[in-house]
Ligand binder design. Structure first.
Ligand code: ADP
Ligand code: ZN
Ligand code: ZN
Length: 842
């Protein structure tokens, strides 16, 4: 204002108020930042809109921020900078979402910027880190200005340009944020952050008849001419059977996938080439639209069984008095069918529905089933989608195109404003909890808050509910509906324990395989039925050791052994990703007796191939599923029936539904059970019950599950055999109460990290002492070194805080803990110490 020239209206202007906006910046800082709103923007700027702002030294960075508050008080301790551009005229982030961000940052003890950063797909965050790509789907050149048009011609020549490269290209005087905003608005460019997110369109090769033959008469002449060339005539006829030109000549322009025409023998391929050469057909390429899988709903009618209908009605009845209902239905009972029924009712009443799954890639089968019912009204939101696909779902929710979204945990961040129902399928799954980075949130618990704000109902579904959830249901705080009958005539599988200690004594084990399991696999092969083998460890073997001097391969950065991966002939750290070559001789003593100990999925696959040379085996674990469609491929191949056995990690336990699987073999059950954690028994029960549930899902023969264990007497195994969830619950809940673990308390884990072990320990001890003084020693455990005490060259110490459910003011305690953490972080003697708070840690 100071530099304004004198004007007749100066008295008026002096009264004019300056507006300020408090912004959420997508960076880990604890506070909002106040920026000045340029004069012309004051009228249009809305809470929840995105703006572009300069940030950092000399305004060197450009960031996208979200408006949290508008006011006219300048910040007290710094000079507010100007907002450079407004990206949205209407709020992109709803009031509910701002409330959610705020709540999450307080509850999960993290910065609001961290929350916003994971909530917004990076395609919505233009920054100096962004890359800009020409949109191959771009369709409206007539909308471009001349300048934009020239720029695009240039952009097309590059795979993508960085923000800086684009600025250089456009020239100094150009307002780059404004330019990008305009190009995005015209759908001429795509913005992304990481190279892996670059949008690569799928090209489809097509053929069509030359225009000359579109009209009936010409077509007849052509067919006549081909009378003497039956092969070529056949190709044309096949084209016509897919594209009935006789009825509608305009159909020809769209053409037909080339693969459909030359599917079979080579003859038709050469005929097609000749036809192309002679100009009868012409070849062309088109971009496959991104969501082409989304076929419109075929009007499949779901007929619920009596038991399912009863369950659905009970759930609706309980929703009358309860906001949250637990749906406890055994594996294969058809919970999905019940969900579909409820979703249809909710959509029918005009509200939005969110269906959460632990990992969509693994539940392709469910998505396909849902798609058949809901078609392109259903949005899909998951981690293997590119960022731009996520932006489209986001916009589809705002525009109302997607009233129903099925997604993974991050789908809780979508801009819903009228939720009626949230379904959390497999609610016990730990993958609902984000471990790293912040916010370390649990999607089930966030979903419950979302529903609370929007007065929606929550349905938690599982065959093996988490103890926390079941406890709430028992207490009457959640409703409870049970379905203990498999769909159709199918029954739960018969679970048999195989005593590996016995078999070892009798020398009947072959490597990792008991004779009982080998026999069962053989029988299953003969019957042409499929088997699933479960070992929750990937790689070939978890240890490599020297027989002479006991040297073990260890990660240089972490306190763990390296896993041997035979396929890639390397040793790998599963914590930090470190890789090294496999040593030929022991690096310490030079001995050649370097051997592997223990076994992972790779080794099982190898051994199976030796015992069953004629069988076809697939493996599903992190290593075989890195590519975008790898899961689908494995699942489809296995479904196709050409495959006899599927070996896998916990991935194969989640929601898979195969007709022909009648045998499940489980290795190393003892390791799951003995894991040193108070949740180990619960987890082992869940995992073993879920993987067993993959067997015998169709009427006919009852499925069989063989569990290999060195101690068949363990009570938990008996409970798994009897499918005795309630028995497990009663025992476990007593223990939880005795030791004051969840659900009787809330846990907060603080992890202190530093590259120097002594400093890490010193900081952790000080923090623990301060917290113990304030909270009492019964509420503070540790510090203690975790099982893996060093990761990425940081030494770790854990402090566990237990807060009773009802007696403690959790909010105040969290604020106190945060203050003590801040003391540590600002202590000059403890430089570089970092502290991670994990609320409701698992
Ligand atoms: P859950 O999720 O409870 O383990 P699913 O929902 O996967 O069980 O159902 C098991 C199988 O039974 C699926 O293949 C499903 O298509 C079939 N099924 C369940 N209910 C019905 C029904 N009412 N009509 C037809 N098929 C059904
Ligand atoms: Zn050695
Ligand atoms: Zn490592």
């Amino acid at each position: 204002m100071e530099n304004q020239p004198y004007s007749l209206f100066s008295s008026l202007e002096a009264e004019e108020v300056t507006f300020f906006a408090d912004l959420i910046l997508p960076i880990p800082v604890p506070k909002l930042f106040t920026y000045r709103v340029p004069r012309g923007m004051a009228d249009i700027l809305k809470i929840g809109a995105r703006v572009i702002v300069p940030f950092g030294k000399n305004n060197g960075r450009v960031l996208t921020a979200v408006v949290y508050r508008l006011h006219n008080t300048p910040p007290g301790n710094y000079q507010a900078r100007y907002i450079s551009e407004i990206l949205d005229e209407y709020p992109l982030v709803t009031g509910y979402q701002l409330e959610l961000f705020n709540w999450m940052s307080a509850y999960y003890m993290c910065c609001i910027g961290d929350v916003m950063n994971v909530a917004l797909p990076s395609g919505l965050k233009i920054s100096s880190q962004s890359k800009v790509q020409f949109n191959p789907d771009f369709d409206y050149p007539e909308l471009l200005t001349e300048f934009e048009s020239t720029l695009l011609t240039e952009l097309k020549k590059h795979p993508a340009l960085s923000y800086d490269e684009l600025s250089r290209l456009a020239g100094e005087s150009t307002n780059i944020p404004a330019l990008i905003k305009s190009l995005i608005g015209k759908k001429a460019v795509i913005v992304f952050e990481e190279v892996k997110e670059k949008y690569i369109p799928k090209m489809v090769r097509k053929v069509r008849l030359h225009r000359n033959y579109e009209e009936r008469e010409q077509l007849l002449v052509l067919l006549q001419r081909l009378e003497k060339l039956p092969k070529q005539q056949e190709v044309v006829m096949r084209y016509l059977s897919h594209i009935p030109l006789q009825r509608d000549p305009t159909l020809n322009q769209k053409g037909l996938d080339k693969t459909i025409l030359n599917q079979d023998e080579e003859l038709s391929q050469s005929s097609l080439s000749t036809l192309l050469k002679n100009g009868v057909f012409e070849a062309f390429e088109v971009i496959q639209p991104r969501f082409s899988d989304n076929s419109p709903a075929s009007s499949v009618e779901i007929k619920l069984t009596d038991a399912q209908r009863t369950a659905s009605r009970q759930i609706m009845a309980q929703f009358e008095s309860q906001n949250i209902v637990l749906f406890h239905g055994i594996t294969g009972s058809g919970k999905t069918e019940v969900y579909i029924d409820l979703i249809q009712q909710a959509i029918g009443s005009g509200s939005q529905v969110l269906y959460l799954l632990p990992e969509i890639a693994l539940t392709t089968q469910i998505v396909v089933r849902l798609q058949r019912v809901f078609g392109d009204k259903m949005g899909i939101y998951h981690s293997k989608f590119s960022d731009n696909e996520r932006v489209e779902v986001w916009k589809g929710v705002v525009s109302g195109q997607y009233q129903f979204v099925v997604g993974v945990r991050s789908a809780v961040f979508l801009p819903f404003d009228n939720l009626g129902l949230i379904i959390v399928d497999e609610e016990h799954e730990t993958s609902y909890k984000q471990h790293d980075p912040a916010p370390r949130y649990h999607a089930r618990d966030v979903a419950i808050m979302l529903a609370h704000w929007q007065q929606a109902k929550v349905l938690l579904g599982s065959a093996t509910p988490s103890l926390e959830t079941y406890y709430q249901a028992r207490q009457g705080r959640y409703g409870l509906v049970e379905l203990f009958q498999r769909f159709g005539e199918a029954t739960l599988p018969n679970i048999v324990l195989v005593d590996t200690r016995q078999e070892k004594k009798q020398k009947t084990m072959k490597n990792e395989f008991s004779s009982a399991l080998l026999y069962a696999l053989e029988m299953n092969m003969e019957r042409k039925e499929q088997s699933i083998l479960f070992q929750n460890r990937r790689g070939y073997s978890p240890y490599m050791q020297c027989e002479d001097c006991d040297w073990t391969a260890e990660c240089p950065n972490c306190a763990v052994s390296l896993t041997y991966h035979q396929r890639d002939a390397e040793l790998r750290c599963h914590y930090c990703g470190h890789k090294e070559e496999v040593p030929r001789v022991c690096p310490t003593c030079g001995s050649t007796k370097v051997r592997t100990i223990g076994f992972g999925t790779e080794k099982l696959e190898d051994q199976l191939q030796i015992y069953f040379p004629e069988s076809r085996i697939l493996r599903m674990d992190l290593d075989t599923t890195r590519a975008k469609n790898a899961y689908q491929q494995i699942i489809q191949e296995f479904e196709g029936g050409q495959v006899d056995m599927l070996v896998g990690t916990q991935m194969i336990t989640k929601g898979l539904d195969f007709d022909n699987v009648s045998l499940v073999g489980i290795f190393d059950a003892d390791r799951l059970i003995r894991f040193p954690d108070f949740r180990a028994t619960e987890r082992a029960f869940q995992m073993l019950t879920q993987v067993s549930g993959r067997a015998g899902r169709r009427a006919g023969r009852q499925g069989t599950v063989l569990i290999q264990t060195s101690n068949p007497q363990q009570t938990i195994l008996q409970k798994i055999i009897e499918n005795d969830y309630k028995g497990l619950y009663d025992e476990e809940i007593q223990e939880r109460q005795d030791f004051n673990y969840p659900p009787f308390s809330r846990l907060i884990k603080l992890t202190v990290r530093h590259p120097d072990r002594a400093i890490s320990q010193q900081a952790a001890e000080r923090l623990a002492a301060e917290l113990t003084d304030a909270l009492g020693s019964s509420r503070v455990l540790g510090p203690e070194e975790p099982l893996v005490e060093r990761i990425r060259n940081q030494f770790l110490f854990d402090i566990l805080i237990k807060l009773e459910r009802d007696k403690v003011n959790v909010k105040a305690v969290k604020a106190y803990i945060q203050d003590r953490i801040n003391d540590i972080l600002t202590d000059k003697g403890l430089r570089q110490v970092s502290v991670v708070a994990d609320v409701d840690c698992l």
